[in-house]
Design a binder for this molecule. Structure first.
Ligand code: FES
Ligand SMILES: [Fe+2]
Length: 317
């Protein structure tokens, strides 16, 4: 398969998702990599295929003294640059291929060896400067192509169907849409019906949401959708990340940030906020995974031009 959007910066993980001295497997554009972090927070990534007899390095183990990964098949050991260790000696030349990473504010980005076509978006830096990191939610591999998943993030008409159960959204009004190349901003008001007491008991965050939710969304194509909401407990910035694992599988997770939130509120609502975000991902996943193959649509809904703007960026890449 042709790589999807070669030269795009992909945010493949947040450091908090990796554990310490533990191999993790990630897949990006049909390639598998092993990625691990040491106790100092340094991150390493190699092609997952062992250059000896092609065992998956991610099934091996990490040596915390040497920052190496050992292959599970014949126990050959490689450092983060892919150099072979034998006894206490290491080769000068790498034989396993390393993956070049850019680590910014605990976010791990890569161009996967392609010539960069877009910079890493400053949107993340702007959020980190103002907000405090709360956690990661909804990490998931979705059975669905990258474009279908991307379009859901730019689709303002799916809330009333897909997210009906959770937020009781009855309508969505987009008051502004501005785009500047690969960046776009949307302002929207979501009208909600009341949640039942049972729903609030299950997910307390629903009880404090107002009837009208006014949100801003900032898009950095293709990896990032940031959703900013003012809630009675504080301001939330929720960053939806997407990257293509394979032609038919897309990885997603949410990075949750908050500001102006007091400690008690954070303690009380942190899990509830993360749980609501994970539910949103579940619902979007369900929508994408159940689609029939795409055909030309016979109906146009309001604000769909925003979605077609994203589709055009994708097809003109
Ligand atoms: S396959 Fe990895 S050490 Fe042999
Ligand atoms: Fe959604």
């Amino acid at each position: 398969m042709e790589p999807i959007l070669p030269g795009a910066p992909w945010l493949i993980a947040h450091k908090s998702m990796l554990g310490v001295n533990k191999p993790n497997k990630i897949t990006l554009n049909e390639q598998d990599y092993v990625i691990w972090q040491n106790q100092k927070g340094e991150v390493f990534a190699l092609d997952n295929i062992c250059p000896h007899m092609q065992a998956p390095l991610s099934n091996g183990w990490v040596c915390q003294e040497k920052d190496t990964i050992t292959c599970p098949f014949h126990a050959l050991e490689f450092d983060g640059q892919g150099r072979l260790y034998q006894g206490d000696k290491k080769d000068i030349q790498p034989i396993a291929k390393s993956l070049e990473l850019v680590v910014n504010n605990d976010c791990i980005w890569t161009y996967a060896g392609f010539e960069p076509k877009l910079p890493i978006p400053d949107l993340h830096q702007i959020i980190v400067d103002e907000y405090e990191f709360i956690g990661v939610a909804g990490e998931k591999s979705i059975q669905g192509d990258f474009l279908s998943n991307l379009m859901v993030n730019y689709d303002y008409n799916h809330q009333n169907g897909t997210h009906k159960e959770l937020f009781k959204i009855t309508s969505c009004n987009v008051s502004s849409f501005e785009e500047k190349g690969y960046y776009a901003t949307v302002k929207q008001d979501l009208m909600r019906a009341n949640n039942t007491l049972g729903e609030i008991v299950k997910n307390p965050i629903l009880g404090i949401f107002p009837k009208i939710l006014s949100n801003t969304l900032e898009y950095a194509f293709p990896s990032t959708t940031a959703f900013f909401a003012k809630t009675p407990i504080g301001d939330i910035a929720q960053i939806h990340i997407l990257y293509p694992e394979t032609e038919k599988r897309t990885k997603t997770f949410i990075l949750m940030y908050a500001k102006n939130i007091n400690h008690l509120m954070k303690f009380l609502f942190k899990n509830s906020v993360l749980q609501a975000a994970a539910t949103v991902i579940e619902q979007d996943t369900g929508a994408v995974e159940n689609l029939y193959p795409r055909q030309k649509s016979k109906i146009r809904l309001p604000n769909e031009e925003i979605m077609f703007y994203a589709e055009k960026l994708y097809s003109d890449w």
